[in-house]
Design a protein around this ligand. Structure first.
Ligand SMILES: Nc1ncnc2c1ncn2[C@@H]1O[C@H](COP(=O)(O)OP(=O)(O)OP(=O)(O)O)[C@@H](O)[C@H]1O
Ligand SMILES: [Mg+2]
Length: 349
């Protein structure tokens, strides 16, 4: 299914250089049910130091996109990956594994979705932290321990010099997530992929972790892609949002205008399901009716058509490409003008 060839640079007017430039990325999995189109012709770019949110419902391909960037999908026997992932002007997909290994964990780090399973329980925090530092930064073990303690202090672990001897299960959920951030940032990555970094945490700790990530990204000049199904998480943190649905980017834009006036009906639905402080409490939260499509049997037209109140015949027949809809904004909807007109009417009312 071709959606390619329409990508235009984000016209943010803020940064022109790109750290990460993904063009036409597709990841397919062979399965018993057929080919799963987990990531379907996705293109987007991230500037150095930029905070970008990648949002969408469960199963839409967020984690697979991240693991492809990290070069992990190439290790899966049932995966086929195509397109380009240019990172600092080198296509990671075309590099041999020996070269990707130098980038993984050093230039690009990832906080995995499940901190309980992603921190090896039989290794101490010292071991978990120093291995990467020694390998990537070439430090002696003694210097690596000093750097690890310094990182643990930076992420707010009290008595870091003692706690570095502990094992992951000796930390609370919030503290474990701080350790994950410390590990991820310990080799000064240029890009951090944070996959649902706060989902398992309560609201107060969530806010602390998000603040910490934002502060450290600035301090270390690291770009961050925050992956979440929760728009509330990215609202306060990210400047730019990518909305993903059924393996594709369906809307992209600067956070504020996108949240105030979405240009895709799916984003409208997502926003209605999030509590907002600027709306009366009496406004009821709505969930989007229906379910996302089976990625091994995608409908021929727009994947959102079966759930969309704007859908017409055209939507059922042809998959919409991403149309430019404003400054740095794109929407994969044939009826985007209706939403743009609605927004204009709201502004002039
Ligand atoms: N190794 C694999 N083999 C087959 N299918 C896979 C594999 N990994 C992921 N998938 C499928 O790819 C699709 C996208 O999965 P992904 O994990 O990226 O979703 P997600 O957006 O991260 O969802 P969540 O919010 O639940 O984490 C899903 O249908 C999933 O079942
Ligand atoms: Mg995921």
């Amino acid at each position: 299914m071709m959606l390619a060839g329409v990508y235009t640079p984000p016209a943010m007017g803020v940064t022109t250089s790109r750290l990460l430039d993904i063009t036409d990325l597709s990841v397919e999995f062979a399965s018993m049910e057929g080919t799963v189109h987990a990531v379907d012709h996705v293109s987007f770019a991230v500037a150095p130091g930029e905070l970008v949110g990648l949002v969408g419902e469960s199963g839409c391909g967020k984690s697979v996109t991240a693991t492809a960037i990290l070069g992990l999908t190439r290790m899966l026997a049932n995966a086929t990956v195509s397109g380009r992932i240019d990172f600092q002007d080198r296509d990671l997909l075309a590099l041999p594994e020996s070269e990707v290994r130098k980038v993984r964990g050093k230039e690009i780090a990832m906080i995995f979705q499940d901190p309980v399973t992603s921190l090896n329980p039989v290794l101490s925090i010292e071991r978990l932290m120093t291995e990467g530092i020694e390998l990537h930064l070439g430090l002696s073990h003694e210097d690596a321990v000093a750097r690890a303690i310094d990182m643990l202090q930076k992420v707010g672990i009290p008595k870091a010099a003692e706690r570095i001897k502990d094992y992951p299960h000796q930390f609370s959920g919030g503290m474990r997530q701080r350790v994950m951030i410390a590990i991820a940032l310990s080799c000064n990555p240029k890009l951090l992929l944070a996959d649902e970094p706060t989902t398992a945490l309560d609201v107060t700790i969530q806010a602390q972790i998000l603040r910490l990530m934002k502060q450290l990204s600035r301090e270390y000049d690291a770009a961050v892609i925050v992956i979440t199904h929760d728009l509330g998480v990215v609202a306060g943190m990210c400047r730019r949002i990518l909305v993903m649905y059924a393996g594709r980017i369906v809307e992209e834009g600067p956070a504020k205008p996108l949240f105030h006036h979405p240009h895709h009906p799916y984003t409208v639905g997502l926003l209605k399901s999030v509590p907002r402080l600027d709306r009366p409490r009496s406004d009821e939260l709505e969930s989007i009716e229906g379910l996302p499509p089976d990625l091994s049997h995608l409908p021929p037209g727009c994947s959102f058509a079966p759930r969309c109140w704007l859908a017409t015949d055209e939507c059922w027949q042809t998959p919409p490409k991403l149309f430019v809809t404003g400054d740095g904004r794109r929407s994969a909807c044939f009826h985007r003008d209706k939403l743009i007109d609605l927004a204009a009417a709201e502004v002039t009312a």
